[in-house]
Design a protein around this ligand. Structure first.
Ligand SMILES: [Zn+2]
Length: 353
């Protein structure tokens, strides 16, 4: 059963990269008939929230007596085509800003029906944090009267954008970024990608297997990522003028909204990069690394000039201030120019480690 834009995840439900703990937890609960009525899968975009929902769906519809989902039985095959009658996904339509109350009402009708083939139904709301208020109120009624043979999964980036009445009725599973080595192994094994390319795409993916799989079929996506990583890697060793030249080139002659989007993306990555460096300097590995090479680069700079934790923390706070200024409609270039002036700057030669 498909509800608006209810496409499948784009690759077989039996193929999933990362989040083994969550898969095991859900598999055990399904095996014992103890699935919750409603889950909230929380994590950044493309980290694997809807893939995990489809993996759980595969577990429920698979008829294999062996490992589930098998990917080959009838249930798995029609699930992977996105046409299984007991699995539905809804997401925000391209022409709408929100998930609408009509979409939730359609979901409610499906929830009220008994399963057609599988012993249990699964409904996934992708980007559930884009539900408007009316849609959220309608969903609350379903959550208050939970169906016996159906499970709802809300995939959300920011759980606090949902009303507390909805959050409190869902079992939350928080998905962390997947380590690059795990993504690289998944690309090599499941998608037959050469090892070198798998490692590069995994390092660019920033913990998001969904992005990595998309990048396999989209060279422009990879090029865009390579370009911004090159800019971020180059900034610390440059002087103020060169830094602003690089940022001007990145922002380009774009509309205010496009430049703002690029600037906020750059800020988010800068924050991750310097946070990774901070963790690394203090001997703590971070799963969010923009790339391992980037973090090592920064450690070299920090070692060379004796940057302290306060230096880096001050810059991290400055990235947040810049983001809030841009969100408050300050010109992106102006906010970035001010920020760049506060970036820790090497006074000695860059030392690579
Ligand atoms: Zn199967």
């Amino acid at each position: 059963m498909l509800l608006s834009d209810g496409s499948s995840s784009g690759h077989p439900s039996c193929i999933m990269i990362g989040h083994h703990w969550a898969r095991n937890l859900l598999g055990r609960a399904a095996e014992r008939g103890r699935l919750c009525h409603s889950y909230m899968f929380v994590g950044p975009e493309s980290v694997g929230k809807t893939s995990l929902a489809m993996h759980l769906a595969g577990y429920l519809v698979c008829t294999s007596s062996g490992s589930r989902p098998c990917g080959t039985c009838r249930g798995c095959r029609i699930l992977d085509h996105g046409t299984h009658p007991d699995v539905s996904t809804i997401s925000r339509a391209v022409e709408h800003r929100d998930i609408t109350i009509d979409q939730i009402r359609q979901l409610e009708q499906g929830v009220a029906l008994a399963p057609y083939e599988a012993p249990h139904k699964l409904f996934c709301i992708a980007d559930a944090d884009t539900m408007n208020d009316a849609a959220a109120s309608a969903l609350l009624k379903t959550l208050e009267e939970p169906p016996t043979q159906a499970t709802l999964v809300l995939a959300v980036k920011d759980p606090f954008s949902l009303p507390s009445t909805i959050r409190s009725r869902c079992q939350a599973l928080v998905l962390q970024p997947v380590p690059a080595a795990e993504i690289a192994a998944g690309l090599s094994e499941a998608h037959h990608v050469p090892d070198d390319l798998a490692r590069e795409i995994a390092s660019l993916a920033r913990g998001r297997p969904g992005w990595a799989v998309r990048a396999l079929g989209d060279p422009e996506l990879v090029e865009h990522e390579r370009a911004i990583v090159a800019i971020i890697n180059g900034l610390p060793a440059q002087g103020p003028y060169s830094r602003m030249t690089a940022i001007d080139a990145w922002l380009g002659k774009r509309s205010f909204l496009e430049a703002r989007e690029r600037a906020l993306d750059l800020l988010a990555r800068l924050e991750l990069w310097w946070r990774d460096a901070l963790f690394s300097i203090h001997g703590v590995s971070s799963q969010s690394a923009a790339s391992g090479a980037s973090a090592r680069h920064v450690i070299g700079i920090a070692t060379a000039q004796g940057l302290s934790m306060p230096d880096i923390v001050a810059f991290l706070l400055a990235t947040q201030v810049a983001a809030s200024r841009i969100a408050g409609n300050v010109a992106p270039r102006l906010a970035l120019e001010h920020l760049i002036a506060t970036m820790p700057s090497p006074t000695s030669r860059l030392t690579r480690v």
